[in-house]
Ligand binder design. Sequence first.
Ligand code: G3P
Length: 219
Amino acid sequence: MRFFIDTADLDQIEEARDLGILDGVTTNPSLMAKSGITGAKNIEEHYKKICQLVDGDVSAEVIATDVKGIISEGEYLASLAPNIVVKVPMIKDGIKAISYFSSKGIKTNCTLVFSAGQAIIAAKAGASYISPFVGRVDDINWDGIALIEEIAEIYAIQMFETEILAASIRNARHIVQSAKAGADIATCPLHTIMGLLKHPLTENGLEKFLADYRKGNPA
Ligand code: G3P
């Protein structure tokens, strides 16, 4: 399983990268705004900075919602750095644009996926990644992990090459469950990645090991 970090915060991206486990970055307009990055030019410059920090794929989301606009914006974003992936919403014009990008060899991440049907049409259009939003499905009392399982089963049966990028990951348990359900990648806020490290028995165990060492080796 690969790990992407779901943030526009450069410090957090660096911290995840320094763990040696970071395979890519996803952003969206909300995450940009959360990091105080507003205005097309600033956003563009910020993508360049992110792409300098990581070698892996960096999803940059289009704002346009019509096919012509999505294509011209996506082509521009893709020209900013070789590791940019154009993030396109799951709408009719988005699917048309994904088909176009796929024919031109431009990588795409189809975002705001909430059903297996949407996952099928995005794969048919040639999306490189789809982003099912696990946490937001849970928010409406459906089952986000069951959605990942269903998509993974269909993609395996149909031999679709589109990769499942589990998004809207809210806790470390979501990462574990997404891995089990067949997601290729989880894109996570830094705190959920750090959550994977934590176990009270590890903390207590280390404390005891160090205390016992100090007994025989006083400072
Ligand atoms: O990857 C999508 C993500 O940024 C949305 O997360 O927590 O706002 O549902 P959330």
